[in-house]
Ligand binder design. Structure first.
Ligand SMILES: *Cc1c(COP(=O)(O)O)cnc(C)c1O
Length: 353
């Protein structure tokens, strides 16, 4: 959070204007700032990342099947299903937990209309291989980029890849607007339909062109974003220090697997995942041990979305064995900019003892 005085200063003018939502001045300013920060041609803001994803899927008017991964937050799969589409689950690769591009083509049918891959933990998908496959089969690509705010590849903002990307600005993410989200996209003709879809499909004073919803970011959210954006680079530097401290303790521990840094990628250090493979304790034992010391790690992502109760009998998690393997063994450790390095030492001590 920013200093409270900074936030109060930012929202003060709302008491003069009484303009609280519906794309006011704070909304417009944050949108413009994010075009710069993310170095993308277009940004449209939403009240959260999930509805941003639902709206961009709707805007592209996809049909049939969508190839995606089950190693993600509930949101990705739900957004596909809630648009009346069928998710087809592709396995992940064991190195960075993103979609295994070698396994995509065998899942493409004449019903497939898109690929919705997920950038995971701040690691990015193989965006080049995905582009080649998408072009060859004439598929749309929408990235779930909820974890990769500010990540760049060879200096290019991650939001430039594919047809569109969804970012989440939830309170728990690297950059937050309390709740919030955005879609970045290359084709400017999507702008108006996204604006209409997030505002009930209203296309003019007397016309409603789409079956839209309500997914508008309000002025207080946008003001929070304007404040937090001033500090986000510094936050990422501090996160990096925390991650480096974790690595210094855990990198050579037998049975513990850490994620390798990706070449040419500037990470945002969103999460610190640890995979317990043939460690002296199981993932769940480590989780419980930390919990008894008042340290809350997360089984993230677990369970896989294709094994959710609400999708029971529809999908077979056995078809994504790598995802199943990682989901059963991964833990993300506490990570935020102001986490004291001594606390990192203590957490690692508990894990190692
Ligand atoms: C947080 C998150 C979302 C949803 O974003 P909200 O802003 O919470 O709606 C979607 N996908 C992934 C991978 C996430 O981590």
């Amino acid at each position: 959070m920013p200093e409270i005085e900074e936030y109060i200063e930012e929202i003060r003018e709302l008491w003069d204007s009484h303009w609280l939502t519906n794309m006011g001045s704070k909304h417009q300013l944050l949108e413009a700032q994010l075009v710069d920060y993310l170095t993308v041609p277009n940004v449209t803001l939403f009240t959260n990342g999930h509805l941003a994803l639902e709206c961009i899927i709707a805007a592209m008017d996809l049909k049939g099947e969508v190839i995606t991964t089950p190693f993600t937050f509930a949101s990705t799969t739900h957004a596909i299903v809630r648009n009346g589409l069928k998710p087809v689950f592709c396995d992940i690769n064991p190195d960075d937990y993103t979609i295994d591009v070698k396994k995509i083509e065998s899942l493409i049918t004449d019903q497939t209309s898109a690929i919705i891959p997920v950038h995971v933990y701040g690691n990015i998908c193989d965006v080049e291989a995905i582009e080649v496959i998408a072009k060859k089969h004439n598929l749309k690509v929408i990235y779930d980029a909820a974890h990769t705010f500010g990540v760049t590849v060879n200096g290019h903002g991650i939001g430039n890849f594919g047809d569109a990307s969804m970012f989440s600005f939830h309170a728990t993410k690297v950059f937050n607007t309390i709740e919030g989200g955005a879609v970045t996209y290359n084709d400017s003709s999507l702008k108006q339909i996204l604006i209409d879809l997030k505002n009930f499909g209203i296309t003019g004073t007397d016309t409603v062109g789409y079956v839209g919803g309500n997914a508008k970011m309000n002025e207080f959210q946008a003001a929070m974003g304007i404040c937090n954006l001033r500090h986000v680079n510094n936050e990422i530097i501090k996160r990096k220090k925390v991650v480096e401290r974790y690595k210094s303790h855990l990198k050579d521990v037998t049975g513990i697997k850490l994620t390798q840094d990706q070449v040419d990628v500037e990470s945002n250090y969103a999460y610190f995942p640890v995979v317990f493979e043939e460690y002296k304790m199981t993932r769940d034992e480590v989780y419980n041990k930390l919990m008894t010391n008042d340290i809350i790690a997360r089984k993230y992502f677990y369970p896989l979305t294709n094994s959710f109760e609400c999708y029971q009998e529809l999908y077979d998690k056995g078809k994504t064995p790598v995802a199943e393997y990682i989901a059963d063994r991964v833990l993300t450790l506490p990570l935020y900019a102001d986490l004291p390095l001594e606390e990192v030492d203590r957490i690692c001590q508990i894990i190692k003892s």
